[in-house]
Ligand binder design. Sequence first.
Ligand SMILES: NC(=O)N[C@@H](CC(=O)O)C(=O)O
Ligand SMILES: [Zn+2]
Ligand SMILES: [Zn+2]
Length: 345
Amino acid sequence: MTQQLTIIRPDDWHLHLRDGEALEYTVPATAAYMGRAIIMPNLQPPIMYARQALEYRQRILAQRPEGSQFEPLMVLYLTDRTTPDMIHAAKLSSNIVAAKLYPAGATTNSDSGVTDLEKLDSVLEALAENQMPLLIHGEVTHDDIDVFDREKLFIDEIMKPTIARHPDLKVVFEHITTKEAAEFVEQAGPNVAATITVQHLAYNRNHMLVGGIKPHFYCLPILKRNIHQQKLQEVAISGNPKFFLGTDSAPHIKGAKESACGCAGCFSAFAAIELYAEIFEDLGALDKLEGFASHFGPDFYNLPRNTDTITLNKQDWTVPSEMPFAGDVIVPIKAGEVIRWTVES
Ligand SMILES: NC(=O)N[C@@H](CC(=O)O)C(=O)O
Ligand SMILES: [Zn+2]
Ligand SMILES: [Zn+2]
């Protein structure tokens, strides 16, 4: 049995750091060993302009631990009012690397999101021209569509026509949760990739709903049935470079999750690579972790791979049942449970 694993330093290609006081907690958690992270722009108000992204980046850098080389990669939030010029302006900074599509109403802080993607064709052209990937929260939002079907229907309704209209555009189908999304990405051209979270690999909807409703498993897109979980596991360990690590670590304070109307999002950044290592180990595919965590993301984004390494040791530790967070507390993923891997510091 493998007791130690050394891999090229990983990056997180989908991360929510939040803002203000939260940065004091979220930035060190990810900067502990991630080289870079794609920073999601769904703040209140959203990060729409290059200037806002660069100011937000400074607030993040201010919380970087002493000596840390962690690089936040910034993303613009697309709205109905985004213009091609706003994309060209972002391209002038090498620190802004992508744009994010939140269909209006799909998820946390998506109220300012896009209502009709076809109206943004000139913006998508500007992204393609600048080789900036479009990152997509892929769920339809009509009231009459079942929450478990929203990702699957997005593929035919929005994803395929968008890619057909913009064949040169790079697209990341973020946090995929279904067999249909995984198969779609497998079959699509080389410009289409996907991120996969810890929770969608480790859990299915039974974990959330059997034996009582467990709000800390609630995230969007929502956990699906086990056949979907199995397909995600299959592609994550396949060595196919279209699938790479994106935690979607999305902290909400305990009271906002344990509520009559609980927020969507799981906090996993504090043990991201350890959790992926457990899953890959259980699937007999530890040798595939490095590609997924450290190679395929930078390759897709046309960025250099990290060159230094991190080492994971087989060593149990127990996740606290709560963690302090911005004057409040947060209940992390695997609260109170044992994790089998520890990152050497
Ligand atoms: N994934 C989630 O459940 N929540 C994310 C938003 C998102 O990534 O959709 C958040 O910002 O809280
Ligand atoms: Zn999302
Ligand atoms: Zn997210």
